[in-house]
Design a protein around this ligand. Structure first.
Ligand SMILES: Cc1cc2nc3c(=O)[nH]c(=O)nc-3n(C[C@H](O)[C@H](O)[C@H](O)COP(=O)(O)O)c2cc1C
Length: 318
C-alpha cells in the first residue's frame, strides 16, 4: 500500500464545512496516511521545515488539500511551499528528494463551474489557475496529476448553498480523490516501490524464515553480490544464511534512491541503499558497526494480478 501524505492548507479547519469532511474521509479510509493540518501545527506560520521534509520523503503520494482562495492556495499553504521546497531538496543539483512521487492538488471552490469560463465572471477555466503548481511539480520531478476539485463549496447560512448540499458534494469529492489515490497506488511503479520497501524492512529484521523472500524469487534467480554469485532459491538461502552470521538483526536499510524503468518485458530497477548495521564479533567483520552505501540493480517481472518476481539481483558497493 502506498504511503499518502496529506498537506492540509486550510487556515482554520474549525470554521470549515467541506475540507474537514474530505480530511475525515481520508483519515478513515486510507491505511497508510499522514495528515498534516498546517493550521494546528503552525498557527504562528512558523513551519518546521525539517519535519515537513522528513514527512514528504516517506510519501509515495502527496495530496495538497485546500480551499481555493483568490484563485490559488491559502497563504498558509503557500508559506509551507516557500519554506519546504528548498534548494537541494526540491530543486538544484541534489534536489531530487521529491522525484517520481505523485502529486495531487485537491481543493474546494466557492464559485460555480459556469463562472470559470471566458464568458463567466471568473473568465478562466480552473486548469489555467493551476499552472504555477503544475510547473512547480515539473521542476521538482513530481508526477503531476489532474487536480480533484469541486465547485459550489461555499456555505454562508441563508446566502450561499445549503449545508447538506455542500457536505454531500464534499463526500463525493472525497470518494473521487480516494479513487484516484487507489488507482495511483496500484500503478506498476508504486507496486514496485511498496515491494522494495517491504523487502528491505524484512531485511532489517533478518528473521530465519526465508519463505517471504523466496515466493518473490525466480527459480533461476541470478544474484551477483560482493560475496560472490548465487543461483536460484537455494543460492539465495545460502547467501541469506551467510548474511545472518555477519549482521545483527534490527539493522536499518534506507532506500536513498529508486529509479524504475519499464523495459516492456519487465522492469529494470536501480537502487541506492544505505545499510547501517552492527556485526557479530565472530564474523569476518569482527563486531564492527557499518554504515555503507551500495548500488543495486534488480530485474523484475509483474504478473497480471500484480505479483512481482525478481530475476536478477546485482549489488555493488559504492
Ligand atoms: C479568503 C477567501 C478567498 C476565496 N477566494 C475564492 C476564489 O478565488 N474563488 C472561488 O471560487 N471561491 C473563493 N472562496 C470561497 C472558498 O473557496 C470556499 O469558501 C471554500 O472552498 C470552502 O471550504 P471550507 O468549507 O473547507 O472552508 C474564497 C473564500 C475565502 C475565505
Amino acid at each position: 500500500m502506498s504511503h499518502v501524505v496529506v498537506i492540509s492548507g486550510h487556515p482554520d479547519l474549525e470554521q470549515s464545512f467541506t475540507n474537514t469532511v474530505i480530511l475525515d474521509q481520508l483519515a478513515s479510509r486510507l491505511d497508510s496516511v499522514d495528515i498534516r493540518r498546517l493550521d494546528t501545527l503552525y498557527p504562528d506560520y512558523k513551519i518546521d521545515v525539517a519535519a515537513e521534509q522528513a514527512a514528504l520523503i516517506k510519501a509515495d503520494i502527496i495530496v495538497l488539500q485546500y480551499p481555493f482562495y483568490w484563485y490559488t492556495m491559502p497563504g498558509l499553504l503557500k508559506k509551507w511551499m516557500d519554506d519546504v521546497m528548498t534548494f537541494n531538496f526540491a530543486y538544484g543539483p541534489e534536489g531530487d528528494k521529491l522525484k517520481d512521487k505523485e502529486l495531487i492538488a485537491s481543493f474546494t471552490v466557492g464559485g460555480p463551474q459556469d463562472a470559470y469560463d471566458p464568458l463567466g465572471y471568473n473568465h478562466f477555466p480552473i486548469e489555467q489557475f493551476m499552472y504555477p503548481i503544475q510547473q512547480t511539480a515539473y521542476l521538482a520531478g513530481l508526477k503531476y496529476n489532474k487536480p480533484v476539485y469541486t465547485h459550489q463549496m461555499v456555505y454562508i447560512p441563508g446566502v450561499y448553498n445549503k449545508l447538506e448540499d455542500v457536505q454531500a458534494r464534499a463526500r463525493d469529492h472525497g470518494n473521487r480523490l480516494l479513487s484516484l489515490i487507489h488507482t495511483l497506488s496500484n500503478s506498476p511503479e508504486n507496486r514496485i516501490k511498496s515491494f522494495v520497501a517491504n523487502w528491505f524492512s524484512a531485511m532489517d529484521k533478518l528473521e530465519e524464515d526465508t519463505s517471504s523472500y523466496t515466493t518473490a524469487l525466480a527459480e533461476d534467480l541470478n544474484m551477483v553480490m560482493p560475496e560472490g554469485t548465487f543461483t536460484g532459491h537455494s543460492g539465495f538461502r545460502d547467501w541469506y544464511a551467510g548474511a545472518r552470521k555477519v549482521f545483527k538483526p534490527d539493522c536499518v536499510h534506507t532506500i536513498e534512491q529508486i529509479d524504475i524503468k519499464n523495459e516492456g518485458s519487465g522492469y529494470h530497477v536501480e537502487l541506492r541503499i544505505r545499510l547501517i548495521a552492527d556485526t557479530f564479533e565472530d564474523s569476518h567483520l569482527n563486531g564492527q558497526s557499518l554504515n555503507l552505501l551500495v548500488n543495486e540493480v534488480w530485474k523484475l517481472s509483474m504478473s497480471d494480478n500484480g505479483q512481482i518476481t525478481i530475476h536478477d539481483y546485482l549489488v555493488t558497493p559504492v
